[in-house]
Design a binder for this molecule. Structure first.
Ligand SMILES: [Fe+2]
Ligand SMILES: [Fe+2]
Length: 280
């Protein structure tokens, strides 16, 4: 008998790993992703959004902790918070490195912090939880691609590839947690959908804007090669948008659950490959 998505989610047992990657960001090539400015900066820009994004997730889940009666979910929430806090710190260290190259990475983090404070002030925690569920779905979709699509990893510096893969593994492990808290608190379906539409728009606009900032700094914003590379990355090779489209649409179903897409085998594969990873 196949397990229900809810049963899979409840069976997920994970904790935060503070990994020792054993390398210095300064050893990375400038364009560490396929020697391609656009691909590198898509991920550099994304990395700058994690610190404050993950704080929103933590705050919104924490605000619902007292409403959770299920001890399994309580434990998962604790470990979710631990994982996201570690991720945020790793991405902040990377931002500090980007600063040394002349990119405004920690300034972007400061802007995001101001945004987070405004959101926290004007939106109730249950609305912020809906935002968290939407972004967690994005991270789960990207994580799945990163862990399964060799085309996506092609040309990525192997050291930083390990860092992204670790983050992807932990995003997969906890992909059901916020959603389960949302359901557990009986929060409305329409709110979940509304914020997915808002987040889709704002996330794409912000990511595009930051990509432009990074490329502008390198004087590569208005280059034909940049446009071509961006088009290829998002639409054809590997084609991020066509790759995640179906999974994205699934989120709009009333009976959606993140573990309907069961990819636990990727976690087992990563664990097997990293059986003796070093922790800090
Ligand atoms: Fe994360
Ligand atoms: Fe996450």
């Amino acid at each position: 008998m196949t397990q229900s998505a809810q049963a899979i989610s409840a069976s997920m047992n994970f904790s935060g790993r503070k990994m020792d990657f054993g390398f210095d960001f300064r050893d990375l090539p400038h364009y560490w992703y396929d020697n391609d400015p656009v691909k590198t900066h898509v991920l550099n820009a994304l990395s700058c959004l994690f610190l404050e994004g993950e704080r929103i997730f933590i705050d919104s889940v924490r605000a619902h902790e007292h409403l959770i009666s299920d001890p399994v979910l309580q434990e998962q929430v604790k470990n979710f918070i631990k994982q996201e806090a570690i991720h945020g710190n790793e991405h902040h260290l990377f931002s500090e490195y980007l600063d040394t190259l002349g990119y405004p990475a920690t300034e972007i983090e400061r802007q995001e912090r101001r945004g987070r404070k405004i959101i926290t002030k004007i939106l109730p925690a249950s609305h912020r939880l809906a935002i968290t569920c939407a972004i967690e779905h994005f991270t789960a979709m990207f994580a799945h691609q990163l862990l399964t699509n060799p085309e996506l990893l092609e040309g990525m510096d192997p050291r930083i590839r390990e860092l992204w893969k670790w983050h992807a593994v932990e995003e997969t492990e906890h992909k059901g947690v916020c959603f389960d808290v949302y359901q557990h608190c009986n929060l409305p379906y329409r709110r979940r959908i509304f914020y997915m539409l808002i987040i889709t728009t704002t996330f794409l606009l912000r990511e595009t804007q930051l990509l432009a900032v990074f490329l502008w700094r390198d004087k590569k914003l208005f280059k034909w090669s940049s446009l071509k590379s961006g088009f290829r990355f998002f639409w054809t090779k590997p084609g991020i948008f066509p790759l995640i489209w179906k999974e994205y649409i699934d989120y709009f179903r009333r009976d959606f659950h993140p573990w309907q897409h069961d990819n636990r085998e990727l976690l087992e594969a990563w664990e097997a490959e990293h059986s003796n990873y070093k922790l800090v």
